[in-house]
Ligand binder design. Structure first.
Ligand code: SAM
Length: 214
C-alpha cells in the first residue's frame, strides 16, 4: 500500500510486465477540488482512465468497476466515459459486465441498482477462452458504500488468472483495498495507491477471508 496521489505515482512508476490494473475511479462527489461543475470532473475522469490504459504493458488488461450516478437530474454513464478514454488510446473492450448492486426490479432513487465491470487491453486483443457471466446477480460484500463488491473482485481476478498472464493487481485508487485483498486470497500479488491515510490503513488490514464470512 502506498499513500499518495495516483496520477503522480503512475507518472513516476513504470508498470511491471505482468501488472494488470483493476480500479474504480473516484466519483464527482469525491473530488471537490475540481470545482462544482460536472464537466471538469468528466474531463479528469476520461484523462485518468486513459493514463491507466497507457500505463499497462501492451497485452495486459485494465479493468474498471464503476457505478453510474444521477447528478442534478442528469444520468452520468461512466461506462461511456471509460470507453471515450479507450478510444483516445486505441484500447479494445474485452468485456462489459453488469454487476447487480440490488436485485433486478428494485426501485432506486440515488445510485442505480447496478455497476459496470469493463475490461480493456491494448496491443494484441485478449480473446477469452472460457465463457463467463455477463450479468453478476450479486456484487458480494462491500466493506463500505463505494467499494467494489467481493464477487465482482473475484470475477475480475479469475479473468486475470484464467485468461491472461497477469500476476499482480494494481489499484491506484484502491479505497479500502477490496480487490487487493481478494487478489491476495486468490494467489495474485497486489499493490494499491490511495490518497486518504485512513483508507490506506483500512486497506492494509482488510482480509478477504474475514469479508467473505461477514
Ligand atoms: C471509488 S473509491 C475506490 C473504492 C475501492 N475500489 C474499494 O473497494 O474500497 C475511489 C478512491 O479514490 C481515492 N482517491 C481520490 N483521488 C485520488 C488520487 N488523486 N489518488 C489516489 N486516490 C485517490 C478516494 O479517496 C477513494 O478512496
Amino acid at each position: 500500500m502506498i499513500q499518495g496521489d495516483a496520477l503522480a505515482w503512475l507518472a513516476e512508476t513504470p508498470s511491471q510486465p505482468l501488472d494488470a490494473v483493476v480500479t474504480s475511479l473516484p466519483d464527482v462527489s469525491e473530488l471537490p477540488q475540481l470545482g462544482p461543475g460536472l464537466e471538469g470532473w468528466k474531463s479528469w475522469f476520461v484523462d485518468a482512465a486513459a493514463r491507466l490504459m497507457r500505463w499497462t504493458t501492451p497485452g495486459m488488461p485494465c479493468l474498471f468497476f464503476q457505478s453510474d450516478i444521477r447528478h442534478h437530474g442528469q444520468w452520468v454513464d461512466k461506462a461511456y466515459l471509460v470507453q471515450r478514454a479507450a478510444e483516445t488510446v486505441g484500447a479494445t473492450l474485452v468485456f462489459h459486465k453488469i454487476v447487480c448492486r440490488h436485485p433486478p426490479g428494485t426501485l432506486t432513487q440515488g445510485r442505480p441498482s447496478y455497476s459496470h465491470l469493463l475490461a480493456f487491453s491494448s496491443g494484441d486483443p485478449i480473446v477469452p477462452k472460457k465463457p463467463s457471466a455477463d450479468v453478476l446477480p450479486d456484487a458480494g460484500e462491500m466493506p463500505w458504500s463505494r467499494a467494489m463488491g467481493t464477487r465482482a473482485c473475484e470475477a475480475a481476478c479469475r479473468f486475470l488468472l484464467n485468461e491472461t498472464p497477469a500476476r499482480r493487481v494494481v489499484d491506484p485508487f484502491c479505497g479500502k483495498g477490496t480487490v487487493l485483498a481478494v487478489a491476495n486470497a486468490l494467489g495474485l500479488d497486489a499493490l494499491g495507491v490511495e490518497l486518504s491515510g485512513k483508507r490506506c490503513r483500512a486497506a492494509r488490514k482488510l482480509d478477504a477471508a474475514a469479508l467473505a464470512s461477514s
